[in-house]
Design a protein around this ligand. Structure first.
Ligand code: DMJ
Length: 453
């Protein structure tokens, strides 16, 4: 009898420890639940925008007021949000956004605007709106905006000024950076493909290749360049803000347009990133900051913006590097309540404690899950989405955080919450065909652009 009960206890312990080791499964039901949660969050944020900020660029979720970037509104939130509503099947919200865009959006505004931000949010949003909805008015507004932005390229190097006046064409700020110079290619290129006006593609490509041609002997670019002289103003090199989406668009422009010049530039650049910027740590692989000429480390800074790089590695086929970098991204997220804007990965401490509802960490999870189907990325994404919904929600929408440790909220809700953060949060848990990566390339603001053969 004793022997028998010992046998049963042994069987129980063996099977339960075996069960513990089995990887947890992210079921279909869990995916449906996550999709619904994200949809509810989107409608909650849109209700807040409609109630307190209708017609403005952005909602300020704490004061419950609207805010414009410049002297009058360019409808940042409706334009950035429209394609997310379509992809999530939010028909009523899509109709409301479409109506206000087509009735009110007018770029005949006498003010200097930041070329990069207007391009990635508005030009991209309008182009995708046209491709997904089919209404030609979206394309006409995009074309009008494109023409108003074009004077920015009138420099000896072809690299654009940072600001242009939408009425007079007056330009200013000749100190620009690779991200703001290179992250025009998909939008201006797409505009050319849709309108037949090749000048957009040519101008954006000339600008992007001008940055690439100014790379150092070790194939890195700096952080700031004079667009008139072509001289580097800052030789800091990294994949953080000011450079990040330049690299993103080298690869994505190749995917979207099939132009081999972009592929060659990407291949050279990514090899340099791997040699000089990747820093292998116990918590994953981070990207560091170095001098573009010597490759010598200047600061071990990483942050919320940098997190896009894991997704870009995955998308470009280097899954091993992508996995290691996402391990670092997730560590950075879970070490605190939510990832901080800037983080020193060698001292394991925060440099800038705010969080502005950025998407990049989720974006990388999205690419890794799509391309590996490894469920650990669904669990990672669930944790991040739940954290955002828990810590950033207000009764008017969602707020940025002043500090990821204290969780004190800040009075801003960027339009990229709709365009990117919510979109990737939803798509990770959605079937692949909602956006087929063989047919679309996401812009840096997560607007899906159709690949034209
Ligand atoms: C977005 O506006 C774009 O992704 C841009 O390239 C940099 N990051 C913000 C969101 O964090």
């Amino acid at each position: 009898m004793k022997k028998l009960s010992f046998f049963f206890i042994w069987c129980f312990l063996f099977t339960s420890s075996f069960a513990q080791k089995r990887a947890p499964v992210f079921t279909n039901a869990m995916q449906v639940e996550m999709r619904n949660k994200v949809k509810q969050a989107v409608t909650h944020a849109w209700q807040g925008y409609k109630k307190y900020a209708w017609g403005f660029d952005d909602l300020q979720p704490l004061t419950k007021t609207g805010k414009n970037w410049y002297t009058s509104s360019m409808l940042m939130t409706p334009v950035d949000a429209f394609d997310t509503f379509i992809l999530l099947g939010l028909k009523e919200e899509a109709k409301e956004a479409k109506n206000i865009i087509l009735q009110k959006l007018d770029f005949n505004i006498d003010q200097d605007v930041q070329v990069f931000e207007i391009t990635i949010r508005l030009l991209a949003g309008l182009l995708t709106a046209y491709e997904l909805d089919g209404n030609k008015k979206f394309l006409n507004i995009a074309d009008d905006l494109g023409k108003r932005l074009m004077p920015c390229f009138n420099t000896p190097t072809g690299m654009p000024y940072r600001f242009v006046n939408l009425v007079t064409g007056k330009v200013r700020d000749s100190a620009n950076n690779p991200a703001e110079i290179g992250t025009l290619m998909m939008e201006f290129g797409k505009l050319s493909k849709l309108t037949g006006n090749k000048t957009y593609y040519r101008a954006a490509k000339k600008a992007m290749m001008a940055v690439y041609n100014k790379r150092s002997k070790i194939d890195l670019v700096g952080e700031m360049i004079d667009v008139n002289t072509g001289q580097w103003i800052s030789t800091q090199s990294h994949i953080s803000g000011y450079i990040d989406s330049y690299y993103e668009y080298l690869y994505k422009s190749w995917k979207l347009f099939g132009d081999k010049d972009f592929k060659n530039a990407w291949d050279v650049s990514v090899a340099a990133i791997k040699t000089h910027l990747i820093s292998k740590q116990n918590n994953g692989w981070f990207c560091t900051h170095v001098d573009m000429n010597t490759g010598k480390e200047t600061s071990s800074t990483y942050g919320a913006l940098d997190a896009f790089i894991a997704g870009l590695f995955a998308y470009s086929g280097d899954i091993k590097t992508a996995r290691e970098m996402q391990r670092a991204n997730y560590y950075m997220w879970t070490k605190f309540n939510i990832e901080p804007e800037e983080y020193n990965f060698k001292t394991d401490s925060i440099l800038s404690a705010y969080y502005v509802l950025r998407p990049e960490n989720l974006e990388s999870c999205f690419y890794l899950y799509r391309l590996t189907k490894d469920q650990q990325y669904l669990f990672m994404a669930k944790r991040m989405v739940d954290d955002i919904l828990t810590h950033c929600r207000t009764d008017a929408g969602f707020a940025s955080l002043k500090n990821v440790i204290t969780l004190e909220k800040a009075n801003s809700m960027h339009s990229f919450l709709f365009a990117e953060t919510f979109k990737y949060a939803y798509l990770i848990f959605a079937p692949d065909n909602v956006v087929d990566l063989n047919k679309y390339v996401f812009s840096t603001e997560a607007h899906p652009f159709k690949i034209i053969k």
